[in-house]
Design a protein around this ligand. Structure first.
Ligand SMILES: Cc1ncc(C[n+]2csc(CCOP(=O)(O)OP(=O)(O)O)c2C)c(N)n1
Ligand SMILES: [Mg+2]
Length: 779
């Protein structure tokens, strides 16, 4: 593709600088991995690893991007195994230290896979779990457009390209295709996916026909596809006599054979080509013109290693259509194991690295020197680097202003309501009474907007869309509770049913502040069991320190007749176990109101995080009480005594969430016979447990769990109960050595109404009474 006329010419001097930088980037990547594996003290007998072959595969593409093509407003997700290349580039840009490179894969050093949170250099998107980084760029493009269409960000940020540099085997991950379809629905723009098409994955060479499939998938989604197949040397050879036959031969060469020949080198190419094409006119001349070394160079001259072809392609993509570059490359290019099918974890031997150092003209001892061994003087390279667009001083990590959170919400309440209903009322109250907060909220759901009670909010704030579209049903005067007008001002992003997309969108929305300088407070709703469908993406979002509120509803078996297959059992354990996510499972509306308020603050704290609210559709009788400061503090800390035990109590019930009515009923019946049974309401098993463990190893004083359980005599037993896995609360026995009989759910799949299901799973008042009897009498 020809370069656009207005672009600076690709001068020989520019190409020479880029060639030198590419050489250096590859060397530093190889050396960084070698150093970590062979030259650092080893204390545990484990290999350190690193990916020299995967790095070599993208050295040209990444050199082109960072030292020529990228602008500061562009954002890149670098394929996980190119981390050394990324860090080497950052080092040459002066944004990464030598000490960190020397500590590649060591604690605090340059990370194995690019990490926003753990790396010291300028990582835009973490990668590591293949496929997620690729999808992330599409959702980040969506978020950029969301902000731009509301005039929250301006040029050049509003046009910054979101770029994924993907391994070809990443396209085995279905999440990428889910993201593509969603991106197509939302008409994403300024999105590039650059595929490092080395035709190898971890285990092997990949299927020959993948490229054609990918090509048609991208076209089907209205993407532009730019295929970078042959470099300038090969193109020149193709123009010679016999060149057509040579092209056909390469085009038809199976991946495995091409890789094997690339590994074996010039003599092997010669033998094979003589055998296959020896009688074709012109081929012998082409072979005779090349010695083994230059024949290897010619036959491996794929466009993904050809700077001119790459620059032409990147600079030629001047419109905003999503564009996929399929760049043919060779895994391990320029290294001794180039093309070998086992090279993914392959590591050059010390002898090979030494030979490579010498071929790079680097003296022993100068391995980390940025400019050692290059043909171009250091000052010339330094001045080139200063001149590249990406090196322009520009903010790349923004600190967005805080959004004030009101002191209290005042939602409409009724005597009996579910937490899911309460959540809907709270959002409606915020939309009406707290416009500043509301303006920063963005909601999203994977086709469960109505059934998770976001409908009221959407009626008020509208659906986000690139264009203004009225609600046809409303226009046609058809009665409906949902008014789904769409506009660029809308604040709800409606997704198709793909939970992985929900979490990656939440990751992108939750990074709007640092990425684009405009803070968003994202809320995503999902049926609680289907959190598991997107779990890796949720982990990915948390790992990047994206800030969002996740609402899982309905949850547990309490959704009752709605279906056994929709029951969630161990999500409370996910809430406890997932780093970066604080979970709550309130029972009452007034608790939820405080928790939501706290969540908006927690999202914005420097050392805050995301929040998961496990809610229920079960309506329960509310308690009428003022939210006194002490109660508020307890609710937020994870629990409070609804009925405090007396000093002589034999028993306490500890209950969390939707089963509160059963706990209250059991408590009432027990209190007829027993001395002051306690009833403890747990609002957050997660906060209680985390705080308790932290206190065990610090001198900060008692934890909230200790303070609560101090009121219960040691000899008393505890019956814990929740609509979730019993392990969620059974640890309470370790706090003050109370005997605990944990009730909960450890099976799923049976539909029924609440009385039946609570009986079957042992959550009803009778089950609590039975457990209490066992503790008190049966010992
Ligand atoms: C979700 C996930 N599954 C498995 C892996 C392990 N893994 C790491 S790299 C890789 C193959 C990558 O191949 P490709 O994307 O083609 O990269 P390249 O050839 O450039 O190394 C696999 C399976 C992973 N990182 N993430
Ligand atoms: Mg590959």
């Amino acid at each position: 593709m020809p370069p656009a006329a207005s672009l600076p010419a690709i001068t020989d001097q520019r190409l020479a600088c880029l060639a030198a930088l590419e050489q250096k980037v590859l060397w530093l990547s190889v050396w960084m991995i070698h150093h970590a594996n062979h030259l650092r003290e080893k204390r545990d007998g484990l290999k350190v690893g690193g990916h020299q072959a995967s790095s070599a595969s993208v050295a040209t593409l990444m050199t082109a991007l960072y030292f020529d093509v990228l602008n500061p407003e562009d954002r890149v997700a670098v394929k996980p195994h190119a981390s050394p290349v990324f860090h080497a580039i950052q080092y040459l840009l002066g944004r990464q230290t030598r000490a960190n490179l020397e500590r590649f894969r060591a604690l605090g050093g340059a990370q194995s896979y690019p990490s926003r949170t753990k790396d010291a250099d300028d990582v835009d998107f973490s990668t590591g779990s293949v496929g997620l980084g690729v999808a992330m760029t599409s959702f980040a493009a969506m978020v950029r457009d969301y902000l731009a269409r509301k005039d929250r960000i301006r040029e050049p940020l509003a046009r910054g390209r979101m770029i994924a540099l993907a391994g070809d085997a990443e396209f085995d991950e279905g999440n990428i295709f889910e993201a593509m379809l969603e991106g197509w629905k939302h008409d994403v723009r300024n999105l590039w996916w650059v595929i490092d098409y080395n035709r190898q994955s971890l285990d092997a060479c990949i299927s020959d026909r993948i490229f054609q499939r990918l090509d048609s998938v991208f076209h089907g989604m209205d993407w532009k596809v730019v295929t970078l197949k042959y470099g300038t040397l090969l193109e020149r050879a193709f123009a010679q006599r016999g060149g057509d036959a040579l092209r056909v031969w390469i085009d038809e060469c199976p991946n495995t054979r091409y890789s094997a020949l690339a590994y074996k080198g010039g003599a092997a190419w010669r033998e094979q080509l003589r055998h296959d094409l020896g009688d074709t006119s012109g081929i012998r001349e082409i072979l005779d013109e090349h010695d083994d070394r230059s024949l290897q160079r010619l036959m491996t001259n794929l466009a993904g290693h050809d700077m001119t072809s790459i620059l032409d392609a990147f600079h030629g993509a001047t419109d905003d259509r999503p564009t996929c570059f399929i760049a043919y490359t060779i895994k391990g290019f320029g290294l001794p194991f180039a093309g070998h099918k086992d090279n993914h974890a392959g590591m050059m031997t010390p002898e090979q690295v030494d030979a490579f150092r010498r071929s790079n003209g680097i003296e022993a001892g100068d391995e980390w020197e940025p400019w050692a061994g290059l043909d171009i003087p250091a000052d010339e390279l330094e001045s080139y680097i200063r001149s590249v667009p990406f090196a322009r001083p520009a903010e790349r990590r923004f600190a967005a202003p805080l959004v004030p959170v009101p002191a209290a919400f005042e939602p409409a309440t009724t005597d009996t309501m579910s937490t899911q209903q309460g959540f809907g009322r709270l959002l409606a109250d915020i939309a009406r009474a707290h416009p500043e907060l509301a303006d920063h909220i963005v909601t999203t759901a994977p086709d469960v907007t109505v059934s998770t009670n976001l409908g009221g909010w959407v009626n008020k704030r509208g659906i986000f869309d690139a264009a203004d579209r009225s609600d046809t049903f409303k226009d046609e005067r058809i009665a409906s509770a949902q008014h789904w007008a769409m506009s660029p001002g809308g604040q709800h992003i409606e997704l198709g049913i793909a939970e992985s997309n929900l979490f990656i969108l939440l990751a992108a929305l939750g990074l709007a502040g640092p990425l684009f300088g405009s803070r968003l407070l994202p809320i995503g709703t999902v049926y609680d069991p289907f959190i598991a469908r997107g779990l890796d993406a949720l982990n990915y979002a948390c790992y990047q320190d994206a800030r969002f509120i996740l609402v899982g509803t309905p949850s547990g078996v309490s959704l009752a007749p709605e279906g056994g297959a929709h029951q969630s059992i161990y999500t409370p354990l996910i809430g406890m176990g997932q780093p970066g996510l604080t979970s709550f499972e309130p029972a009452y509306m007034d608790e939820l109101s405080e928790i939501l308020r706290w969540s908006f603050e927690h999202l914005q704290e420097e050392r805050g995080g995301s929040v998961y609210l496990r809610l229920s559709t079960r309506p329960i009788a509310q308690v009428a009480r003022p939210m006194a400061p002490a109660l508020r503090a307890d609710v937020l800390a994870g629990g409070y005594w609804l009925e405090p035990p007396s000093a002589a109590a034999d028993l306490a019930i500890v209950a969390c969430g939707a089963v509160l009515p059963e706990a209250i009923e059991a408590h009432r019946q027990l209190s007829e016979d027993l001395e002051s049974v306690g009833l403890l309401v747990v609002t957050s098993p997660d906060r209680l447990e985390r705080d308790w463990r932290a206190a065990l190893t610090s001198s900060a004083g008692d934890s909230h769990a200790e303070r609560l359980l101090d009121r219960l005599p040691r000899t008393a037993g505890i019956v814990s109960v929740l609509d979730g896995h019993p392990a969620t609360l059974s640890w309470l026995g370790a706090v003050k050595q109370h005997r605990v009989l944990p009730l909960g759910v450890d099976r799923f799949g049976q539909s029924g109404d609440i009385p039946d299901l609570y009986r079957v799973h042992g959550l009803d008042a009778d089950a609590i009474l039975g457990a209490a009897a066992k503790l008190v009498v049966g010992g």
